[in-house]
Design a protein around this ligand. Sequence first.
Ligand code: PMV
Length: 324
Amino acid sequence: MKCTVKACSNLALIKYWGNVDPYWHIPTNDSISVSLGSLQSTTTLEFGSDYSDECYLNEKLISGEGYDRIKFLLQHFRKFTDFHDPVLMQSVNNFPTAAGIASSASGFGALAHVLYEASGFEYTEKDVSKLARLGSGSAARTIYPGYAHWLKGIDHDSSFAIKIKDPDEMRVIVSITEKSAKPVSSFEAMELSKDLSPFFAQKAEHSTNHIPQMIEALANDDFSTIGDIAQKEANNLHAVINTTGLGISYWNVGTLEIMKFVNLLRESGTEAYYTIDAGPQVKILCLPKDESGIIQELEELHYIKDIISSKVGYGSHVVSSHLF
Ligand code: PMV
């Protein structure tokens, strides 16, 4: 059967960075994310004996490392389900790919979900989360609307995400400073920094301590604490990435300009916080009343290439219109 799934990208408020077991993507610490409603991957997949696992992203045949990751996920899906037919897959992102706005999270989340759905195999959200994790760790959190908590677990069966809160009114302004793909993949950078950064273990310890604090802040709609922890997590993450001794850094001049801008906003009374993943884009967390004012000021900055503002998004779901 042909099926299509739409999935939102997600933004980590508590960051995943590094694996106890890199093969299965069993992370060093738990993480928490918010779904980004404006950033979507749509994926159509069909099983058929005439196909040979051809996969397209934005109308281009996927090859190289991206295809290896898809093959890895497919290989395990076949082992888990005993469903061996080849597939044809087409996927589109409505935002820049592999530039640090978690296209792998929405892409692999959509792929895992559409595989189960198109196969007709009985499945749970937990099955989708575990399978998505094999493509990209952060994809484990994509199936859920609102806020998700990835429980690190100790093996494939125990490492999956759960939903912790429905969408609320928070806004995320994605400030794009560079549209091309990042030079070092997050997986490669996290494995290198695990071995080389002197701050890797401290970051993981802080993240573990931040988890119950973030869960409490979300339950209380305590935006100040949510933002404060998210910004600290971003600073800790990049302290690790920037200290491998190999010159790896995802920041550019625009990243620094926006980080400063957000700190100045807060000093002048507008509550806003930044967070940054493995890329140069800065995501600004704010309340709906401040959204348009912040966007107006951002547009004046020197290094801004694009701005995408997002509400908290929905979980991955099946849709009826197909890409082929
Ligand atoms: O899922 P990956 O391998 O793309 O790694 C994601 C890493 C961060 O985005 C920096 C953090 C996170 O938790 O999403």
